[in-house]
Design a binder for this molecule. Structure first.
Ligand SMILES: *Cc1c(COP(=O)(O)O)cnc(C)c1O
Length: 434
């Protein structure tokens, strides 16, 4: 056993040596030191604001839908660990990957039949883009290599995904001239229940038609735009995209990395619209938050197209492709989800969030409160003071990670009613003090 380090030593080494998401080096904001996690609670190595445990309002960025340290997922990981944690996927295959792929084909929209197992969400988007570009190259249309998306999106931090993230997010300015230049439609009008706006619908159709000759694909997050601004739109726009893409010979990619596995109240957000994409990306909740794994699914038409090309293979193959440990936990996580009335649990949390967040509408500086499925958002009319807002939530015994003008929560589906109420109280406290 290595020599134990005190919390103070760990935090000091962390500050000196360890990058955190979107952070400076050395670090400026002190992260909370987590010692363990179980159910919906994170246990801190030392008390902060008088709390040694925090109810997790973030599901570790959409992923830990069953909570932490779950006996079923622990068993799946342990069982697979004793067989093998990894073997290469080139020339070899194994039961966890095959089972998971078959499972994803069975539960996703019918036309999606083939699965590429990647190691993170961003990589699955890279693979999706590569599939689309390669498809058109194979069909003798190499000019079709741009992407169209709408503003307000987020698709990951590697190169192609960054090029379709919201261009007003700051990162685009930093990378101007370096990133591929994509085609941007206006952000979809807000409101899950709002009737589709005709002028906006016409805007989407016109833009896709105008750029059809150079477009490989349209890529969007269906129904919920996550890290780009936590906004919800009418599923009707997805039907418009499907029609316009079919009419103009453009592929349609749905990035369901955040929305997949029940978060919006449907197993996949595409189901709200009743349309299927040509390519779909999954990640985040895929392994119930245990390990990094993502998947890119495609139709037989896309796979056939690629396989008929001059280079008749999909030219991608990460070292840890199809990782057995992650695949085994993912399959167990999906079984666990489907073995219960997950829709009822998401609805229960939705009701709890609606009731608990309603008072936030009266807090000065709050612009809007919105809830969809197990997602609750309080949008301010100003940039949140992240340190003050986080501290206010911790004081209420809750972990939140606000950003920009947003204080939001997507709790694990196992969160009990009392804990949902507690999370809501913390969101309100953060809105008051942030
Ligand atoms: C998180 C996210 C990604 C990126 O996934 P990583 O695993 O962080 O690379 C891509 N698209 C959407 C919609 C996401 O929410």
């Amino acid at each position: 056993m290595p020599e134990p380090l005190t919390p103070g030593e760990l935090l000091s080494l962390d500050r000196q040596h360890v990058w955190h998401p979107y952070g400076p080096m050395p670090g400026t904001a002190a992260p909370l030191l987590v010692e363990s996690a179980s159910g919906v609670r994170l246990r801190l190595a030392e008390p902060v604001e008088g709390q040694d445990e925090l109810v997790d309002g973030m599901s570790s960025w959409w992923s830990a839908v069953h909570g932490y340290n779950h006996p079923v997922l622990n068993d799946a990981a342990r069982g697979q660990l004793e067989r093998m944690s990894h073997v290469m996927f080139g020339g070899l295959t194994h039961e966890p990957a095959v089972r998971l792929a078959k499972r994803l084909v069975d539960i996703s929209p019918e036309p999606l039949q083939h699965v590429f197992l990647a190691d993170s969400g961003s990589v699955s988007v890279e693979v999706a883009v590569k599939m689309c570009l390669q498809y058109w190259r194979s069909l003798g249309k190499p000019r079709k290599q741009r992407l169209l998306t709408w503003r307000g999106g987020y698709h990951g931090d590697t190169w192609q995904p960054m090029s379709v993230c919201d261009p007003d997010g700051g990162m685009h300015e930093l990378w101007q001239g370096a990133l591929p230049r994509q085609v941007f439609a206006d952000a979809p009008p807000a409101g899950f229940d709002a009737a589709p706006d005709e002028a906006y619908t016409a805007h989407l159709r016109e833009l896709i038609g105008r750029h059809a000759e150079e477009l490989a694909a349209v890529i969007v997050e269906p129904v919920v735009q996550g890290a780009g601004g936590m906004s919800f739109h009418s599923p009707g726009y997805l039907r418009v995209l499907r029609e316009a893409c079919d009419e103009h010979g453009v592929l349609l990619v749905f990035d369901e990395i955040a929305t997949g596995f029940g978060r919006t109240g449907a197993l996949f957000a595409a189901e709200h619209a009743g349309v299927a994409p040509d390519v779909m990306c999954l990640g985040k909740a895929l392994t119930g938050g245990y390990l990094t794994l993502a998947a890119t699914l495609c139709t037989t038409a896309v796979a056939d197209g690629i396989s008929r090309g001059a280079l008749p293979v999909l030219a991608h193959g990460p070292t840890f492709m199809g990782n057995p440990l992650a695949a085994a936990v993912a399959d167990a996580s999906i079984s666990l989800l489907l073995s219960q009335d997950w829709g009822q649990e998401v609805k229960r949390i939705e009701t709890g969030l609606r009731n608990g967040l309603a008072p936030a509408a009266d807090i000065p500086g709050v612009r809007e409160v919105r809830v969809l499925g197990a997602i609750g958002v309080v949008q301010l009319d100003h940039e949140v003071d992240m340190a003050a807002a986080t501290r206010a939530a911790v004081r209420e015994g809750v972990w939140l990670r606000p950003f920009r003008d947003l204080i939001y929560t997507m709790p694990p589906y196992i969160t009990g009613d009392d804990d949902v109420a507690r999370v809501c109280a913390a969101v309100c406290a953060a809105a008051r003090e942030g």
